[in-house]
Design a protein around this ligand. Structure first.
Ligand code: FES
Length: 712
């Protein structure tokens, strides 16, 4: 099926999704409307477009009408785009000539009580997609050879498990550990739950297996200093034992299993001032070495240094289980010991709920404290440690005596992990842990192809979870290595050297070293390094740098199409505002999807335009939106620190701040333009952001450029 720019033949397929779309949106009317759009030669509807019948309908229409562009209006591309793209390929159409419109999560599910407006919105979104489709171009995905060897960074239980799994799959593995010994944090743990197995036994078995495997090349006392290259061909520089000499290895994939540290609660609850105030990890070491003096009364304090208002705001997930585990072990060792656990909330998921019940049966006490009135520990000369705690249930302070205080502190990213992040060019999240490409769809992948993550480097988890995730990472890394070749995505930057003025803005803005240029010379793209964020394209003042599939031409056409049918407003006339929302395809688009899945309603005045990263949004796009009649423009992205392209959102925010200052010159109130952030788990936040922004725009009234046009 040939693509001919002069003879565009677009097919639009609108899905009812059973009652999910069809119960709110007038699908037949939307399909009829689509037929009226330029270059649309067929528009069909089906009950389930993703069913075999729906996919066959698409293929039949492609054949019958000789379609060279296909648009499906249905659910989120996050789950169904690959299926529809594959269908296009099977029917002989390049998959980059397909475009998807989300009228379920972004319309019918979030405007359930506004069927008319939801239907209008679906029409708008399809019109935008048709305009973009006009400028779509077929792309060829380059094929990359994959070196069938891997580097695993970190020799804790996750790293050793991943290395063993890869070695068993037949790949060569380099296992780099910064310490002189393997084992990571497992070396300090005592008994592992739920089996009460000795951690040292598990460790010993793992180390013996790793050392005995001839496919694993062990590099202890070794740091990863530099990494260059891309999936299939990473050149890695290893530095051994502080020597200045570097050893170079070449690998096809990389697994990050660098583990975590435990937060040291210095200056909290008498820690380091009184030797009988210890962390849970230190307690485990005392138990392991048999060095614990028999205690009479123990108090454990949960959430020490975790779930704070700033900094370590996260829950470390495993501390409640660790406390229960250690409390039960202590009860077995010293049946008469009195144990009080002071907690904020107890999270004992899965089988650990049984541990909680067992703890209650063993007369371990649980006292809930108020984080605004945390417990107070006093050190007495006789070594006793009385603790005062405000019991939230009793509504009063109570005094407890103890001779051992155990603090449950969170896992934190350690220094080496922080240093590794820029070396690998993979992001850390706001909590400091390594940040996966997508929490649901790509939970062990990084955005950079060929690099994977597992264990506590990714966030707090117990040994079982770390091992499970290590197997997952090894399986993911094994796929390209087993294939020997993979197709790399075609969404990359391109440069028009005719227009380029050699300003270096693209090279300076690219954090992935994907733009190469002599100072003030013509740039060229290192395709393998380009992650397709589009930051360079947005920074280019000449429009010489473009991002395939998200070119300025395509984005501008989409924007113009949205406002094309909107009438000018007469002065004094009040109309429903129309807001354009740029959403990065990762967090904020995911948040909008989640708002839909959760049926969280927000005003139907918002039209979402998907971009790879908020950093792709050019000043030109925003100005074009206002010039075309947008009453408000909002750019949404991942939270600062969470951008899947490291700092695309920071660059977007910088641009927003500058542009807001200049909008007044164009008679546009800067309040009409905003940037906000949401993670893909924040559906409610996204809905609230949209509701608040639409309300603000409603108060501001119509875009004056729209009013002016009406008066002309
Ligand atoms: Fe979401 Fe960059 S990927 S803002």
């Amino acid at each position: 099926m040939e693509t001919n720019e002069e003879e565009l033949r677009i097919g639009v397929f609108v899905c009812h999704c059973g009652f999910n779309i069809g119960g709110v949106i007038d699908v037949p009317a939307v399909a009829e409307y689509a037929k009226t759009l330029p270059n649309v030669v067929c528009a069909e509807q089906d009950l389930y477009m993703c069913s075999s019948a729906g996919l066959n309908l698409i293929k039949e229409c492609m054949e019958k009408h000789n379609l060279n562009r296909v648009i499906v209006a249905s659910c989120t591309p996050a789950t169904h785009e690959p299926l529809f793209r594959k269908t296009c390929e099977e029917a002989g159409l390049n998959k980059y000539l397909f475009e998807m419109v989300n009228i379920r999560e972004h319309s019918s599910w979030v405007h359930m009580h506004y069927p008319k407006e939801a239907t209008e919105k679906a029409k708008d979104l399809i019109r935008m997609a048709v305009a973009k489709a006009t400028y779509l171009e077929p792309q060829i995905e380059p094929e990359l050879e994959i070196n069938p060897s891997a580097l695993v960074i970190g020799g804790g239980i996750a790293g050793m498990t991943a290395a063993m799994s890869l070695a068993r799959q037949g790949f060569t593995v380099h296992l780099a550990e910064k310490e002189a010994e393997l084992g990571g944090m497992l070396r300090y743990l005592h008994k592992l739950q739920p089996t009460e197995r000795d951690a040292s036994e598990v460790l010993r078995e793992a180390v013996i297996a790793v050392k005995a495997n001839t496919s694993i090349h062990l590099h202890v006392s070794t740091l990863v200093k530099e990494i260059d290259g891309f999936i299939g061909n990473f050149n890695v520089m290893l530095q051994k034992g502080g020597s200045s000499e570097l050893e170079q290895i070449n690998v096809g994939t990389i697994i990050v299993a660098t583990g975590a540290d435990v937060f040291k609660p210095v200056e909290m609850y008498g820690y380091k001032e009184n030797e009988n105030v210890v962390t849970q990890l230190e307690l485990e070491q005392l138990l392991k070495k048999g060095e614990l003096k028999e205690p009479e009364k123990i108090i454990m304090i949960q959430c020490v240094g975790a779930r704070e208002k700033t900094g370590r705001t996260y829950c470390s997930r495993i501390c409640c289980m660790v406390a229960l585990n250690n409390a039960l072990l202590l009860k077995k060792l010293y049946p008469d010991v009195e144990i009080n656990i002071l907690f904020r909330d107890l999270q004992t998921y899965g089988e650990y709920e049984d541990f909680y019940r067992e703890a209650r049966l063993n007369f371990i006490n649980f006292i809930r404290y108020d984080p605004d009135r945390p417990p107070k520990v006093t050190s007495q000369p006789d070594g006793k440690l009385p603790v005062t705690v405000y019991d939230a249930y009793l509504g009063a302070d109570i005094e407890l005596s103890s001779d051992l205080v155990v603090l449950s502190t969170p896992l934190v990213q350690h220094e080496e992990g922080r240093k590794l992040s820029p070396v690998l060019r993979v992001p850390l999240g706001a909590d400091g842990f390594f940040f996966e490409a997508h929490p649901k769809l790509r939970p062990v992948d990084f955005m950079s192809d060929g690099i994977y993550v597992c264990g506590t480097a990714h966030g707090p988890k117990d040994v079982t979870e770390s091992i499970t995730q290590a197997y997952a990472a090894a399986s993911r890394a094994g796929i390209p290595m087993a294939l020997g070749k993979i197709k790399a995505g075609a969404i990359k930057a391109t440069v028009d050297k005719e227009i380029c003025v050699n300003c270096d803005a693209c090279e300076v803005s690219c954090i992935f070293n994907a733009v190469e240029a002599e100072p003030f010379g013509l740039p060229s793209i290192i395709e393998a390094n380009c992650k397709g964020c589009g930051v360079c394209a947005a920074e280019c003042p000449m429009g010489a740098m473009q991002l395939v599939h998200f070119t300025d031409e395509q984005i501008v056409a989409t924007i113009e199409a949205l406002f094309k049918t909107k009438k000018p407003v007469n002065s004094g006339e009040s109309l429903e505002p129309l807001v354009l929302c740029f959403a990065c395809q990762w967090c904020s688009y995911g948040a909008a999807d989640l708002a839909g899945v959760s049926r969280i309603q927000y005003p139907p005045n918002v039209r979402i335009l998907r971009v790879p990263c908020s950093g792709r949004v050019d000043v030109l796009h925003v100005l074009k939106a206002f010039q075309s009649g947008a009453d408000g423009v909002i750019i949404t992205g991942c939270h600062i620190g969470d951008c899947h392209y490291i700092d695309g959102n920071v660059k977007a925010k910088d641009r927003v701040d500058i542009l807001k200052k200049s909008l007044g010159v164009l008679s546009i109130d800067p309040e009409r333009f905003e940037m906000d952030f949401a993670s893909s788990s924040e559906g409610q936040r996204f809905a609230t952001m949209m509701t608040d922004f639409v309300e603000k725009i409603r108060r501001l009234g119509p875009n004056p450029l729209r009013v002016k046009k009406g008066g002309d």
